[in-house]
Design a binder for this molecule. Structure first.
Ligand code: DX5
Ligand code: ZN
Length: 220
């Protein structure tokens, strides 16, 4: 039986009730907490930074999956390790020396992820895939929650899965943006291992129940 990992995005939580929402996630079937860090430069939005992540880490009992949507992420690798990040994902488009960045993340004891914008081709990872613990395929243009899913993502996930198999890599495939119960199963069938869901979870009547349903739908 497949165990698809569900990573609710805290970007869609109620920041005035952050502890309540983190505890809801702790008590839910969520596998990871997805944390979106935006700098207003790499993406046209600013989310939250280190003090907020520190507050989240204090209460979180699950794997902390940090998605850096920032330029020059090398500056902050050590800091994110100290703040409790278990997985640190940088953007391909923000890293001119990606191989070096990945080694630096691992040297801090974290898993190393690489996110690809919707226009970035999977083939660009051919020479580095064995060094990547997780590829995050963006299924929206990064910067905002609540956007609609880009259909070309299914083809990208399949292409990435084929690359991982061809290279005998053990890289996980995460999909981020516009994930709902409508596309979740099809993403997993295409090869996704981790699904990020923000607004679909937090806008629902019962977020913990929605997480449970996503988990059931994708882990058969
Ligand atoms: C988008 C972020 C996503 C976002 C997902 O830039 O990287 O993680 O929080 O939110 P939804 O699921 O609402 O598209
Ligand atoms: Zn994200």
């Amino acid at each position: 039986m497949k165990n698809t990992l569900i990573a609710p995005s805290v970007l869609a939580a109620d920041f005035a009730n952050l502890q309540r929402d983190i505890e809801m996630l702790n008590n839910s079937e969520a596998d990871w907490l997805h944390i979106d860090i935006m700098d207003g430069l790499f993406v046209p939005n600013i989310s939250f930074g280190m003090p907020v992540l520190q507050a989240i880490s204090k209460h979180a009992k699950k794997t902390i999956d940090v998605h850096l949507m920032i330029i020059d992420p090398d500056r902050y690798i050590k800091t994110f390790a100290q703040l409790g990040s278990n997985i640190l994902t940088v953007h391909y488009e923000a890293c001119p020396h990606l191989h070096r960045t990945l080694q630096a993340i691992k040297a801090e004891g974290m898993k190393a992820g690489v996110a690809l914008n919707p226009h970035t081709n999977i083939d660009l990872l051919e020479d580095v895939i064995q060094d990547i613990d997780m590829v995050c395929i963006m299924s929206v243009n990064p910067g905002f929650g609540g956007q609609s899913f880009i259909e070309n993502t299914f083809a990208k996930v399949k292409k990435l899965k084929a690359l991982i198999q061809r290279k005998n890599a053990v890289t996980l495939i995460e999909v981020d943006g516009g994930v709902t119960s409508k596309n979740a199963k099809q993403l997993v069938d295409a090869g996704a291992d981790v699904l990020v869901a923000g607004s679909f979870v937090f806008s629902s009547q019962n977020p913990a129940q929605t997480i449970k349903e996503l988990k059931q739908l994708t882990s058969q």
